[in-house]
Design a protein around this ligand. Sequence first.
Ligand code: AMP
Length: 280
Amino acid sequence: MKLITTVSELSQALQPLWQKGIQLGFVPTMGALHEGHLSLVDRAARENEKVVVSIFVNPSQFNDPEDLKNYPRTIERDMQLLSGVRCDCLFYPPAEEVYPEPDSRQFNFGVLEQVMEGRFRPGHFNGVAQVVSRLFDIVKPSKAYFGLKDFQQYSIIRSMTSRLGLPVEIVPCRTVREADGLAKSSRNALLSPEHREAAPLIYQALLEARAGASLYSPAEVKRRALERINTNPLLQAEYFEIVDDTTLQPVTEWPSAGKVVACTAVFAGKIRLIDNIEFD
Ligand code: AMP
Protein backbone atom coordinates (compact mmCIF):
# COMPACT_ATOMS: atom_id res chain seq x y z
CA MET A 1 0.00 0.00 0.00
CA LYS A 2 1.31 3.39 -1.04
CA LEU A 3 0.94 6.23 1.49
CA ILE A 4 0.38 9.56 -0.27
CA THR A 5 -0.12 12.93 1.41
CA THR A 6 -0.20 15.46 -1.45
CA VAL A 7 -2.56 16.01 -4.37
CA SER A 8 0.28 16.27 -6.89
CA GLU A 9 1.82 12.95 -5.78
CA LEU A 10 -1.58 11.28 -5.94
CA SER A 11 -2.28 12.64 -9.44
CA GLN A 12 1.08 11.31 -10.56
CA ALA A 13 0.30 7.85 -9.14
CA LEU A 14 -3.23 7.74 -10.59
CA GLN A 15 -2.50 9.29 -14.01
CA PRO A 16 -1.60 5.97 -15.69
CA LEU A 17 -4.75 4.36 -14.27
CA TRP A 18 -7.00 7.19 -15.50
CA GLN A 19 -5.35 7.00 -18.93
CA LYS A 20 -5.88 3.24 -19.25
CA GLY A 21 -9.47 3.55 -18.00
CA ILE A 22 -8.76 1.21 -15.07
CA GLN A 23 -11.71 0.73 -12.67
CA LEU A 24 -10.85 2.71 -9.57
CA GLY A 25 -12.77 2.19 -6.33
CA PHE A 26 -12.69 4.90 -3.66
CA VAL A 27 -13.54 4.77 0.05
CA PRO A 28 -13.50 8.17 1.77
CA THR A 29 -13.18 7.99 5.58
CA MET A 30 -12.23 10.06 8.58
CA GLY A 31 -10.01 7.29 9.97
CA ALA A 32 -10.22 5.53 13.35
CA LEU A 33 -10.99 2.59 11.13
CA HIS A 34 -13.08 -0.42 12.15
CA GLU A 35 -14.67 -3.39 10.43
CA GLY A 36 -17.42 -1.18 8.98
CA HIS A 37 -14.85 0.80 7.02
CA LEU A 38 -12.94 -2.37 6.10
CA SER A 39 -16.11 -3.95 4.68
CA LEU A 40 -16.34 -0.98 2.28
CA VAL A 41 -12.69 -1.44 1.28
CA ASP A 42 -13.24 -5.19 0.74
CA ARG A 43 -16.22 -4.52 -1.48
CA ALA A 44 -14.30 -1.87 -3.44
CA ALA A 45 -11.48 -4.41 -3.91
CA ARG A 46 -13.90 -7.03 -5.24
CA GLU A 47 -15.51 -4.63 -7.70
CA ASN A 48 -12.49 -2.64 -8.95
CA GLU A 49 -8.98 -3.15 -10.24
CA LYS A 50 -7.46 -0.58 -7.87
CA VAL A 51 -8.60 0.86 -4.54
CA VAL A 52 -7.89 4.24 -2.97
CA VAL A 53 -8.85 4.95 0.66
CA SER A 54 -8.70 8.46 2.07
CA ILE A 55 -8.38 9.44 5.71
CA PHE A 56 -9.21 13.07 6.35
CA VAL A 57 -11.00 14.51 9.39
CA ASN A 58 -12.84 17.23 7.55
CA PRO A 59 -13.19 20.35 9.74
CA SER A 60 -15.98 21.85 7.61
CA GLN A 61 -18.47 19.10 8.46
CA PHE A 62 -18.15 19.50 12.24
CA ASN A 63 -20.69 21.88 13.71
CA ASP A 64 -19.32 21.28 17.22
CA PRO A 65 -15.64 22.28 17.79
CA GLU A 66 -15.40 19.90 20.80
CA ASP A 67 -16.51 16.99 18.60
CA LEU A 68 -13.79 17.88 16.05
CA LYS A 69 -11.16 18.16 18.78
CA ASN A 70 -12.11 14.85 20.39
CA TYR A 71 -12.61 12.89 17.15
CA PRO A 72 -10.36 9.80 17.46
CA ARG A 73 -7.19 9.89 15.36
CA THR A 74 -5.36 6.55 15.11
CA ILE A 75 -3.32 6.70 11.90
CA GLU A 76 -0.71 4.04 12.86
CA ARG A 77 -3.39 1.51 13.67
CA ASP A 78 -5.41 2.53 10.58
CA MET A 79 -2.40 1.79 8.37
CA GLN A 80 -1.96 -1.57 10.02
CA LEU A 81 -5.63 -2.44 9.42
CA LEU A 82 -5.43 -1.32 5.80
CA SER A 83 -2.37 -3.48 5.21
CA GLY A 84 -4.59 -6.49 6.01
CA VAL A 85 -7.04 -5.73 3.17
CA ARG A 86 -6.55 -4.87 -0.50
CA CYS A 87 -5.96 -1.13 -0.41
CA ASP A 88 -3.55 0.03 -3.12
CA CYS A 89 -3.21 3.59 -1.98
CA LEU A 90 -3.94 5.52 1.21
CA PHE A 91 -4.45 9.25 0.68
CA TYR A 92 -3.80 11.01 4.00
CA PRO A 93 -3.60 14.72 3.25
CA PRO A 94 -3.20 17.71 5.56
CA ALA A 95 -6.07 20.23 5.40
CA GLU A 96 -4.22 22.65 3.10
CA GLU A 97 -3.97 19.95 0.41
CA VAL A 98 -7.74 19.42 0.40
CA TYR A 99 -8.55 23.12 0.81
CA PRO A 100 -5.72 25.18 -0.75
CA GLU A 101 -8.20 28.05 -0.54
CA PRO A 102 -11.19 28.33 1.79
CA ASP A 103 -14.16 26.51 0.26
CA SER A 104 -17.11 28.89 0.24
CA ARG A 105 -19.39 26.75 -1.92
CA GLN A 106 -22.94 26.54 -0.64
CA PHE A 107 -24.90 23.47 -1.70
CA ASN A 108 -28.64 23.35 -1.51
CA PHE A 109 -30.17 19.95 -0.95
CA GLY A 110 -33.63 21.32 -0.22
CA VAL A 111 -35.82 19.11 1.95
CA LEU A 112 -33.19 16.34 2.07
CA GLU A 113 -31.07 18.43 4.42
CA GLN A 114 -33.84 20.04 6.45
CA VAL A 115 -34.65 16.91 8.45
CA MET A 116 -32.85 14.75 11.02
CA GLU A 117 -29.05 15.30 10.92
CA GLY A 118 -29.51 18.46 8.84
CA ARG A 119 -31.86 19.90 11.42
CA PHE A 120 -29.66 19.16 14.43
CA ARG A 121 -26.25 19.68 12.79
CA PRO A 122 -26.50 22.92 10.81
CA GLY A 123 -23.89 23.15 8.03
CA HIS A 124 -22.90 19.48 8.42
CA PHE A 125 -24.04 18.29 4.99
CA ASN A 126 -22.64 21.35 3.26
CA GLY A 127 -19.25 20.38 4.71
CA VAL A 128 -19.74 16.76 3.66
CA ALA A 129 -20.63 17.83 0.10
CA GLN A 130 -17.62 20.16 -0.04
CA VAL A 131 -15.14 17.50 0.99
CA VAL A 132 -16.63 14.60 -0.99
CA SER A 133 -16.90 16.63 -4.22
CA ARG A 134 -13.33 17.86 -3.73
CA LEU A 135 -12.06 14.31 -3.07
CA PHE A 136 -13.93 13.01 -6.13
CA ASP A 137 -12.23 15.72 -8.16
CA ILE A 138 -8.81 14.69 -6.82
CA VAL A 139 -9.24 10.88 -7.06
CA LYS A 140 -11.59 10.66 -10.10
CA PRO A 141 -12.92 7.24 -9.04
CA SER A 142 -15.18 4.99 -11.12
CA LYS A 143 -17.10 3.93 -8.00
CA ALA A 144 -17.26 5.33 -4.48
CA TYR A 145 -18.44 3.37 -1.45
CA PHE A 146 -20.59 4.76 1.36
CA GLY A 147 -22.08 3.10 4.43
CA LEU A 148 -25.82 2.98 4.94
CA LYS A 149 -25.17 3.57 8.63
CA ASP A 150 -25.03 7.23 7.56
CA PHE A 151 -28.21 6.88 5.54
CA GLN A 152 -28.94 10.59 5.13
CA GLN A 153 -25.32 11.22 4.12
CA TYR A 154 -25.63 8.54 1.44
CA SER A 155 -28.85 10.20 0.15
CA ILE A 156 -27.19 13.63 0.05
CA ILE A 157 -24.13 12.33 -1.79
CA ARG A 158 -26.28 10.48 -4.31
CA SER A 159 -28.21 13.70 -4.90
CA MET A 160 -25.04 15.82 -5.17
CA THR A 161 -23.45 13.40 -7.65
CA SER A 162 -26.46 13.35 -9.93
CA ARG A 163 -27.02 17.13 -9.75
CA LEU A 164 -23.37 17.92 -10.54
CA GLY A 165 -23.36 15.18 -13.21
CA LEU A 166 -20.24 13.59 -11.70
CA PRO A 167 -19.07 10.46 -13.53
CA VAL A 168 -18.90 8.28 -10.42
CA GLU A 169 -21.19 5.47 -9.28
CA ILE A 170 -22.24 5.74 -5.64
CA VAL A 171 -22.39 2.30 -4.02
CA PRO A 172 -24.37 1.89 -0.76
CA CYS A 173 -22.98 -0.68 1.70
CA ARG A 174 -24.79 -2.40 4.56
CA THR A 175 -24.15 -1.47 8.20
CA VAL A 176 -21.66 -3.64 10.09
CA ARG A 177 -22.57 -4.18 13.75
CA GLU A 178 -21.00 -5.40 16.97
CA ALA A 179 -22.19 -8.80 18.24
CA ASP A 180 -24.71 -7.02 20.51
CA GLY A 181 -26.17 -5.05 17.59
CA LEU A 182 -24.51 -1.67 18.18
CA ALA A 183 -23.54 -0.19 14.81
CA LYS A 184 -19.77 0.01 14.54
CA SER A 185 -18.62 3.61 14.73
CA SER A 186 -15.36 5.43 15.35
CA ARG A 187 -17.17 7.27 18.14
CA ASN A 188 -17.87 4.00 20.03
CA ALA A 189 -14.27 4.17 21.28
CA LEU A 190 -15.18 7.37 23.16
CA LEU A 191 -18.01 5.71 25.15
CA SER A 192 -17.54 5.06 28.88
CA PRO A 193 -18.00 1.37 29.83
CA GLU A 194 -21.49 2.18 31.23
CA HIS A 195 -22.58 4.00 28.08
CA ARG A 196 -21.12 1.25 25.91
CA GLU A 197 -23.24 -1.25 27.82
CA ALA A 198 -26.37 0.88 27.38
CA ALA A 199 -25.86 1.66 23.67
CA PRO A 200 -27.15 -1.63 22.12
CA LEU A 201 -30.63 -0.49 23.19
CA ILE A 202 -30.56 1.84 20.16
CA TYR A 203 -30.59 -1.08 17.71
CA GLN A 204 -33.07 -3.00 19.87
CA ALA A 205 -35.45 -0.04 19.68
CA LEU A 206 -35.01 0.03 15.89
CA LEU A 207 -35.76 -3.70 15.62
CA GLU A 208 -38.81 -3.32 17.84
CA ALA A 209 -39.97 -0.37 15.75
CA ARG A 210 -39.78 -2.49 12.61
CA ALA A 211 -41.68 -5.32 14.30
CA GLY A 212 -44.27 -2.82 15.53
CA ALA A 213 -45.02 -1.53 12.04
CA SER A 214 -47.59 -4.28 11.49
CA LEU A 215 -49.44 -3.26 14.68
CA TYR A 216 -49.15 0.51 15.06
CA SER A 217 -49.25 3.74 13.06
CA PRO A 218 -45.93 5.47 12.25
CA ALA A 219 -46.65 8.08 14.95
CA GLU A 220 -47.23 5.37 17.56
CA VAL A 221 -44.13 3.41 16.49
CA LYS A 222 -42.10 6.61 16.84
CA ARG A 223 -43.57 7.40 20.27
CA ARG A 224 -42.85 3.90 21.57
CA ALA A 225 -39.30 3.93 20.19
CA LEU A 226 -38.48 7.28 21.81
CA GLU A 227 -39.94 6.04 25.09
CA ARG A 228 -37.98 2.77 24.86
CA ILE A 229 -34.64 4.53 24.28
CA ASN A 230 -35.25 7.13 26.97
CA THR A 231 -36.17 4.49 29.58
CA ASN A 232 -32.44 4.08 30.05
CA PRO A 233 -31.22 7.16 31.95
CA LEU A 234 -27.81 6.86 30.24
CA LEU A 235 -29.38 7.45 26.81
CA GLN A 236 -31.18 10.50 25.47
CA ALA A 237 -32.78 10.32 22.01
CA GLU A 238 -32.41 13.52 19.98
CA TYR A 239 -34.77 12.35 17.25
CA PHE A 240 -36.42 9.20 15.96
CA GLU A 241 -37.99 9.62 12.52
CA ILE A 242 -39.66 7.23 10.13
CA VAL A 243 -39.04 8.56 6.65
CA ASP A 244 -39.57 7.75 2.99
CA ASP A 245 -36.26 6.27 1.76
CA THR A 246 -36.06 8.64 -1.23
CA THR A 247 -37.50 11.97 -0.06
CA LEU A 248 -36.45 11.53 3.60
CA GLN A 249 -39.74 13.10 4.61
CA PRO A 250 -41.51 11.61 7.66
CA VAL A 251 -44.38 9.30 6.74
CA THR A 252 -47.76 9.63 8.42
CA GLU A 253 -49.12 6.36 7.02
CA TRP A 254 -47.45 3.13 5.96
CA PRO A 255 -47.02 3.34 2.19
CA SER A 256 -48.40 0.50 0.05
CA ALA A 257 -45.24 0.54 -2.09
CA GLY A 258 -41.67 1.69 -1.57
CA LYS A 259 -39.59 1.60 1.54
CA VAL A 260 -39.34 3.57 4.73
CA VAL A 261 -36.34 3.92 7.01
CA ALA A 262 -36.38 4.60 10.73
CA CYS A 263 -33.47 6.86 11.66
CA THR A 264 -32.36 7.92 15.10
CA ALA A 265 -29.70 9.98 16.86
CA VAL A 266 -29.06 9.27 20.51
CA PHE A 267 -26.76 10.83 23.06
CA ALA A 268 -24.94 8.29 25.19
CA GLY A 269 -23.52 10.80 27.66
CA LYS A 270 -21.72 13.36 25.50
CA ILE A 271 -21.26 10.96 22.58
CA ARG A 272 -23.80 11.24 19.81
CA LEU A 273 -24.58 7.99 18.00
CA ILE A 274 -26.73 7.51 14.90
CA ASP A 275 -28.32 4.39 13.48
CA ASN A 276 -31.19 3.36 11.22
CA ILE A 277 -33.13 0.39 9.94
CA GLU A 278 -35.05 -0.19 6.71
CA PHE A 279 -38.68 -1.42 6.74
CA ASP A 280 -40.03 -3.22 3.68
P1 AMP B 1 -16.51 7.93 8.65
O1 AMP B 1 -15.06 7.61 8.82
O2 AMP B 1 -17.31 7.81 9.89
O3 AMP B 1 -16.73 9.21 7.90
O4 AMP B 1 -17.09 6.79 7.71
C1 AMP B 1 -16.55 6.53 6.45
C2 AMP B 1 -17.48 5.63 5.70
O5 AMP B 1 -17.65 4.40 6.40
C3 AMP B 1 -18.88 6.24 5.53
O6 AMP B 1 -19.37 5.94 4.23
C4 AMP B 1 -19.66 5.53 6.60
O7 AMP B 1 -21.04 5.46 6.31
C5 AMP B 1 -19.03 4.15 6.57
N1 AMP B 1 -19.29 3.45 7.83
C6 AMP B 1 -19.10 3.92 9.09
N2 AMP B 1 -19.51 3.00 10.00
C7 AMP B 1 -19.98 1.95 9.29
C8 AMP B 1 -20.55 0.69 9.65
N3 AMP B 1 -20.74 0.34 10.93
N4 AMP B 1 -20.92 -0.15 8.67
C9 AMP B 1 -20.75 0.19 7.36
N5 AMP B 1 -20.22 1.36 6.95
C10 AMP B 1 -19.84 2.23 7.90
